[in-house]
Write a protein that binds this ligand. Sequence first.
Ligand code: CMC
Length: 428
Amino acid sequence: MADKKAQLIIEGAAPVELPILTGTMGPDVVDVRGLTATGSYTFDPGFMSTASCESQITFIDGDKGVLLHRGYPIEQLAEKSDYLETCYLLLKGELPNAAQKEQFVSTIKNHTMVHEQLKSFFNGFRRDAHPMAVMCGVVGALSAFYHDSLDINDPRHREISAMRLIAKMPTIAAMVYKYSMGQPMMYPRNDLTYAENFLHMMFNTPCETKPISPILGKAMDRIFILHADHEQNASTSTVRLAGSSGANPFACIAAGIAALWGPAHGGANEAVLRMLDEIGDVSNIDKFVAKAKDKNDPFKLMGFGHRVYKNFDPRAKVMKQTCDEVLSELGINDPQLELAMKLEELARQDPYFKERNLYPNVDFYSGIILKAIGIPTSMFTVIFALARTVGWISHWQEMLSSPYKIGRPRQLYTGHQERNFVGLSDRK
Ligand code: CMC
């Protein structure tokens, strides 16, 4: 909706009227598409003030610490829903009724196995490869296996690819882990829930199948829900950008996995645990907090701060509660949790963190839960990727379901002006 208008005056040119668009919630946006007629562009590295698209999937109010998926608060979804229901909601826009849910879960279960030949693909990787490196390669390779659903202009193909990706990510993630351990890969078990099946494929072996604790299954499911989507973050924007060129869905998700890997984004959960290891003891916290504040030191407190949340990350609140439940179920008294809590307390009292509104984010506690469940640190970001796949594919679907253009930003060029080529013998 465009009720208001902004006027832009560029010296020496006629004023330009720019419509102001209003969403259902959140800040208005100035529609700068008409600016190209003036010969100028906007300049916004890091997209600090740019809305890259219109979306109806997820809403965040970073000042109030609000996160809604299709209008439903994340706290309610984490408490009352389950991951596959949340997937349905993100993909289709509404919560499923009982019959729709049963059908959806059954379709996902139909797709949990991967092509048998995909197994041999793993052998090309070193066993000590980082699991995210293997994930990028194997998920990208899915496009070489599922040719029958690659027509991005066919809604049915898009739907099948979405189902395949959601269904196969736990299988692939567990295969990555088993490969790194040198253990046989486990086939999925469709009699288990989505999260329990993942834990089964991770921790059981062909010689020993232990029942999966429903409490741990529930905790895993909640971790999946809390990571399912997060609006136009770096990896989701990457998926949209890759998708805008017409790339196939498996290639787009592989691009999302690559973007997620960085420590400023999904790689932070792994980095938090490594940081806690490095801090080692409560007596060292002050030293590390000082390092984080030192502008000459690149060190940052991992698991703190967020581009959008300038208040408590609502996912971190639920994550902390889940963390307490898991640790008490397992009877674990984790010194790292005590260290994390002390670090949080000290950092939150510190004027540097207060002034900059730096609060713990989702990654601060997730690592401690994952560690308690028995998941190795190097697999943390893989779990994030598994859970975020539904968000990526929902945004990809949303983009392809209405008219879209290839994403092609412009630049402020500050390099050389045109100059003549200099032959090798004439160069200094
Ligand atoms: N430790 C110390 N200082 C920090 C931190 C931190 N974790 N985060 C931000 N700051 C400072 C930053 O140096 C800057 O200070 P100044 O204004 O004096 O220059 C100020 O706070 C604003 O930060 P910014 O880097 O401009 O903010 P951003 O929106 O560009 O970056 C962020 C957001 C998440 C990349 C950043 O806070 C960060 O690197 N945090 C640690 C990594 C992390 O936990 N990432 C997970 C994010 S949540 C999960 C996900 O979405 O993937």
